[in-house]
Design a protein around this ligand. Structure first.
Ligand code: NAD
Ligand code: MG
Length: 396
């Protein structure tokens, strides 16, 4: 490996929390990885800094006006990074022949098409963008199987489970003696709060996660437990598990990142400090191991590990997600789309915290469940759910 030429990496969502951590790990291993392309939505200043530091061949922004600005800045700095704008460019930097690894770290449904493009092109795909898999589960996993892409979960829980399972875990968990996946959850900033107390929490409170520093959307998802719901769906697809084989365990210290239970009574856990650079380094180097910059875990510092059942009465989103995966078809895509609209409305101050679950349930009741075997149908379901969610918000 050390003699080979560096692997070319595209980082989708480079300016975000996962993107920044990815670049941090990559910068520690210049002989193993080089950056082919970086993308951002609108964070052009941050992307400029990253272009200076990592010298990608290509940089992609959503809007042409931001791309034009970046082009000028790069020309002034005498850097030859080519700048493109728009969704098609995202697909191109994900499937380009010269790309070996794609970090899928865009937040939300916007990441679906480029992530699928990377999968279809048979890349090593590091999946942080859980929404893409939640929306398109069956289709996504079939594309992985067909193209021979190497899919490595970056979500810390799924990365932990991946590490706790036998290397070859396809073909159903039971075949490998796995009886249950134990998906740990920090419980978010409002663990133990009553429904009444949750009624007037603010976006700032929701985004102040006790253990992890993350983007705003996933921070709100962690506060409502929708994040755990999305992760339950993600686990079912990634590990070919039935929903009843995945148990959510609230573990406030966030030191055990998840576990696999076996039929001989063994429970295998993966532990570490809560720092996303561990799963990112694992995904980049698998099956090898590389240094990530994460501090070694000091168990005397941790001192104790606690476990609780999730409170689904105060946090209905977890139940809604379980119902969506059980309903199948486009139900998870509808859940995800309604949740994205609800979280945005909550962050904008248009919707209360409890309104998030209420809106998701409302949209779920309106939208029919269709088969999700075609991308077109999934995108239609996503669009319809967003429309219904916006109408509900406007009519209240
Ligand atoms: P973030 O908000 O910090 O970053 C999101 C990135 O995506 C940014 O670079 C942004 O510019 C880009 N982006 C946003 N909207 C876009 C659009 N419409 N088109 C193109 N690019 C767009 O988010 P994050 O916390 O880094 O999370 C990224 C993904 O990883 C999410 O799916 C999240 O659920 C998942 N994830 C994050 C963490 C974490 O610790 N942050 C952990 C597990 C999983
Ligand atoms: Mg997670």
């Amino acid at each position: 490996m050390s003699n080979a030429s560096p692997l070319a990496v595209t980082v989708l969502g480079a300016t975000g929390s996962i993107g920044t951590s990815t670049l941090d790990v990559i910068a520690r291993h210049p002989s193993r990885y080089r950056i082919h392309a970086l993308s951002a939505n609108r964070a052009r200043h941050r992307l400029l800094e990253q272009c200076r530091a990592h010298r990608p061949r290509l940089a992609v922004l959503e809007r042409e006006e931001d791309a034009a600005w970046l082009r000028e800045q790069l020309a002034d700095a005498r850097l030859d990074t080519e700048v493109r704008a728009g969704a098609e460019a995202l697909v191109e930097i994900s499937e380009a022949r010269e790309v070996d690894v794609v970090m899928a770290a865009i937040v939300g449904a916007a990441g679906l098409l480029p992530t699928l493009a990377a999968v279809r092109a048979g890349k090593r795909v590091l999946l942080a963008n859980k929404e893409a898999l939640v929306m398109s589960g069956g289709l996504f996993m079939e594309a992985v199987a067909r193209s021979g892409a190497t899919l490595l979960p970056i979500d810390s829980e799924h990365n932990a489970i991946y590490q706790c399972l036998p290397t070859e875990h396809r073909g159903g968990l039971a075949q490998h003696g796995v009886t249950q996946l134990l998906l740990t959850a920090s419980g978010g900033p409002f663990r133990g709060w009553s429904v009444a107390r949750l009624a007037d929490v603010t976006p700032e409170q929701a985004c102040a996660h006790p253990n992890w520093s993350m983007g705003r959307k996933i921070s709100v998802d962690s506060a409502t437990l929708m994040n755990k719901g999305l992760e339950l769906i993600e686990a079912c697809w990634l590990f070919d598990a039935r929903p009843d084989q995945v148990q959510v365990v609230v573990h406030p210290q966030s030191v055990i990142h998840s576990m696999a239970a076996y039929n001989d009574g063994s429970v295998i856990a993966q532990l570490g400090n809560p720092d996303m650079r561990t799963p990112i380094a694992h995904g980049l180097a698998w099956p090898e191991r590389i240094e990530s910059g994460v501090q070694a875990l000091d168990l005397f510092d941790v001192a104790r590990l606690d476990f609780e059942r999730p409170d689904e009465a105060a946090f209905p989103c977890l139940r809604l997600a379980r119902e969506a995966i059980a309903a199948g078809g486009t139900a998870p895509a509808v859940l995800n789309a309604a949740n994205e609209v609800a979280v945005e409305a909550f962050l904008d101050g248009q919707l209360g915290f409890a309104g998030i679950g209420e809106l998701v349930a409302r949209v779920r009741d309106i939208c029919p469940v269709e088969p999700a075997s075609e991308l077109g149908g999934i995108l239609e379901a996503d669009e319809r759910a967003r429309r219904e969610a916006r109408e509900w918000l406007a009519c209240r």
